[in-house]
Design a protein around this ligand. Structure first.
Ligand code: DLL
Length: 447
């Protein structure tokens, strides 16, 4: 179902016209209302009258996370605090959080873009949405909550944690749609199995997952273990929260950007030059309609690419590829750039492994060392355990060695780095309780 067909299926010409008019108006507003941004524009020698259309976008300077931090908490807000309806914040691992504000109109928009995402993912009015994104300063819980209500769904505000109880409620209430992080979807799937819930026996059909990078292997796992079709939802607090872009359940191949509100570009991380469709770079977003925190050319740090081709779902909204990682999550190992999701993709095709892993990076002398800890799948583990028990130790050892060698080879061939692979028994690594998964321990930073 398409929630707002008039914009979601708009012709490219009409979209560019709409974006251009909104861009001009938004830059004028920022110039008048946000003093640090006016200074930035003046330094760059730009007046709002220089910006007529989206083709003028590259004249504008970038805004970065440090700009929000430097003006903590409300320095880039275009409205006084009295005019706000809500404040969210994203938890930085160190220091002060990034603070974002919403007017009433911004909250309405937030609900609408999340409703578009839900509808794109298969949800319909009247369906039960089990919302297991965290409620609180994080935008996931309240964003999907508003989206469900905008679409006319019945929202269960489950939030995160207490997974046993969540599964009971999903079964008893007959949840049809689940929203949560991909790592938490797997935790829920494990709890399904523990409680003996067969996904075939319950009405659950769709899952809208996001807030952290995930892969096609994880998608296959979520789909089969929960009996759903899972789609990706992308977003970030600075722009609005979830609902910046979303996959349609028809194609599940790239996330449609709500580009009547969020104008997207891909730029070269080193030069800032715009890149064409299909080329990977940093996603930069300009908000076109946000009132409280309008942002010009916000440098998300997320690595992806754009695709303007038509989609069989009928939407004309540009699609972005799955986010590979953030520039600041990128590890440099012996001079090679490595994103955790690339490692995950490299071992994704190996049946004996489960999608639970951790990367440990250390340095001995001057050399970086990468260790990949990854859990065996339940099946593989039981096979090895059975061989050990029946004293077929050589066979068990052989199987483990074969899996380890294949994994190492695949990482070397696909990512270009040598890694030590340690196989773990199922359940060894910490499971998501609903928040974002921590996949990297970089010991080099600890010394
Ligand atoms: O994670 C908003 C959100 C909530 C999105 C629920 C989707 C679902 P922040 O906490 O500000 O906001 O984190 C934003 O998370 O810049 C990406 O690096 C990452 N991220 C978000 N969605 C995805 C996704 C929310 N679908 C940061 N795939 C972003 C990969 C994602 N990374």
């Amino acid at each position: 179902m398409i929630f707002e067909p008039d914009v979601e299926t708009m012709s490219r010409e009409a979209m560019i016209e709409l974006q251009s008019a909104r861009l001009h108006e938004m830059v004028s507003r920022v110039y008048e209302q946000v003093a640090p941004m006016r200074e930035r524009l003046e330094e760059a020698g730009i007046k709002p009258s220089d910006i007529h259309s989206v083709s003028d976008l590259s004249k504008l300077p970038f805004t970065k996370k440090t700009d929000l931090r430097d003006t903590y908490p409300f320095g880039l807000f275009a409205r006084s605090t009295k005019e706000l309806a809500r404040i969210h914040a994203s938890s930085g691992t160190t220091g002060k959080p990034t603070v974002v504000g919403y007017t009433r109109a911004d909250l309405e928009l937030f609900g609408k873009v999340c409703a578009r995402a839900l509808a794109g993912g298969g949800a319909e009015p009247g369906m039960i949405l089990h919302n297991a994104y965290g409620y609180g300063l994080f935008t996931g819980g309240l964003g999907f909550h508003a989206g469900g209500e905008s679409l006319g769904m019945v929202v269960v505000p489950a939030s995160t944690g207490m997974t046993e109880r969540q599964v009971m409620l999903m079964v008893d209430f007959g949840a049809q749609v689940l929203s949560c992080t991909p790592s938490y979807a797997l935790t829920i799937a494990t709890e399904f199995a523990r409680q003996g819930v067969d996904p075939e026996d319950i009405p659950l059909r769709y899952a809208l997952v996001g807030a952290e990078p995930w892969t096609e292997t994880m998608r296959a796992e979520i789909d089969s273990r929960l009996g759903v079709k899972s789609v990706n939802v992308y977003g970030l607090s600075e722009i609005i929260g979830p609902g910046v872009s979303f996959e349609c359940v028809e194609e599940r191949s790239g996330s449609h950007i709500n580009e009547d509100h969020f104008l997207a570009e891909i730029v070269d991380p080193d030069t800032g030059e715009q890149l064409p469709d299909g080329e990977e770079g940093v996603l930069v977003i300009t908000t076109l309609t946000k009132e409280a925190l309008p942002l010009i050319r916000y440098w998300t740090g997320d690595i992806t690419s754009l695709n303007h081709s038509a989609c069989s779902c009928g939407r004309t909204l540009t699609r972005m590829a799955m986010v590979k990682g953030r520039t600041d999550d990128m590890l440099i190992i012996r001079g090679i750039n490595v994103y955790p999701s690339q490692i995950e993709a490299a071992f994704g095709g190996i049946d004996e492994l489960a999608p639970y892993y951790r990367l440990l990076v250390d340095r001995t002398g001057t050399l970086d060392e990468l260790e990949v800890e990854v859990e065996l799948s339940e099946d593989a583990f039981h096979k090895v355990a059975a061989e050990f028990l029946s004293d077929e130790i050589v066979e068990a050892d052989h199987l483990l060695r074969r899996v380890r060698d294949r994994t190492q080879r695949s990482i070397r061939e696909n990512v270009g780095v040598s890694a030590k692979v340690t196989l773990l028994e199922p359940g060894k690594l910490p499971r998501s309780e609903g928040g974002k998964a921590q996949r990297v321990v970089d010991k080099r930073k600890l010394v």
